[in-house]
Design a binder for this molecule. Structure first.
Ligand SMILES: NC(=O)c1ccc[n+]([C@@H]2O[C@H](COP(=O)([O-])OP(=O)(O)OC[C@H]3O[C@@H](n4cnc5c(N)ncnc54)[C@H](O)[C@@H]3O)[C@@H](O)[C@H]2O)c1
Length: 256
């Protein structure tokens, strides 16, 4: 499996899962545009990978803003002349029950996790269709299927993405494959953020969680990157309108 000369845009491509994806796609020969709102990390990633001979460019974008999403897609097209794959991966997390939500937290989570994907699809899918076999990949979450306490907004945002995968696949059938990766508990800065405020060190919390995962460890960003690369490759040309769960067995088995 390789991604030689495929042009792939990955959002949230400068941290955690997205960064691992950008690195892995580039190592498999892709021309990668890593987009995020992390200017310093993006510049450092671009400099490091280009110095290693890989074809990677960073573009700053707030993906919740349609004008910036359009500029992000235009940057990829003007830099590399085509788009073979788009990986919508940027996301934010938030905790609370509905009684605690307000317009600001609703807008933040829904705009970054859901609205951004609509705008990216709107502006990128014509270019993907032009290739005849483009791939639109979305990072969802097991949160789409599990009722995590005090996570209604995050879970609903990820549930929306699972629906969007099927609808986009229907609307662009024959021209673009639309697929998802659905991670479980992955060791990233976002996961560390979810541990803030607990009465135990992160390492202890992670060890407890790992014991409950059937493969007995947290997922690493590279676990996700390998499957994302496969889904974006021609080897996955019969996978469409669905997402692949990458959770070490968490959802399928009882937690005891
Ligand atoms: N870590 C997990 O356990 C886990 C599990 C399931 C799903 N996910 C999903 O995986 C994706 C990546 O998460 P991660 O764990 O790597 O987190 P992370 O915090 O390490 O990375 C998130 C990325 O999204 C970017 N981002 C956030 N808001 C943005 C905005 N407005 N515009 C542009 N970029 C923005 C950040 O800059 C960062 O690069 C998210 O969609 C997340 O919901 C993570």
């Amino acid at each position: 499996m390789n991604l030689t000369d495929k042009v792939i845009l990955v959002t949230g491509g400068t941290s955690g899962i997205g960064e691992a994806c950008a690195r892995h796609f580039a190592s498999l020969g892709a021309k990668v545009v890593a987009a995020s709102n992390q200017q310093d990390r993006g510049e450092a990633l671009e400099a490091e990978l280009r110095a290693a001979g890989q074809e990677v460019r960073f573009v700053h974008a707030d993906v919740s803003d349609e004008a910036q999403v359009k500029a992000m897609v235009d940057f990829a097209l003007s830099t590399y002349g085509r788009l073979d794959g788009v990986h919508c991966n940027a996301g934010v997390w938030g905790k609370g029950t509905v009684a605690e939500f307000d317009e600001a937290i609703w807008s933040k989570i829904m705009n970054v996790n859901v609205k951004s994907v609509f705008w990216t699809a709107k502006h990128a899918i014509p270019a993907l269709e032009a290739t005849g076999k483009g791939v639109f990949l979305i990072t969802t979450s097991v949160a789409a299927f599990i009722g995590f306490p005090a996570h209604a907004l995050y879970c609903a945002s990820k549930g929306a993405l699972e629906s969007l995968i099927r609808c986009l696949a229907a609307d662009h059938a024959g021209k673009v494959r639309v697929v998802g990766i659905c991670p479980g508990t992955i060791d990233t800065p976002m996961l560390a953020e979810t541990c803030e405020g607990w009465d135990k060190p992160v390492e202890e919390l992670y060890a407890e969680v790992a014991k409950k995962i059937p493969v007995r460890r947290l997922g690493q960003p590279e676990d996700i990157a390998k499957t994302a690369a496969f889904l974006l490759s021609d080897d996955a040309e019969y996978i469409n309108a669905t997402s692949i769960v990458l959770d070490g067995g968490t959802m399928a088995l009882p937690p005891w």
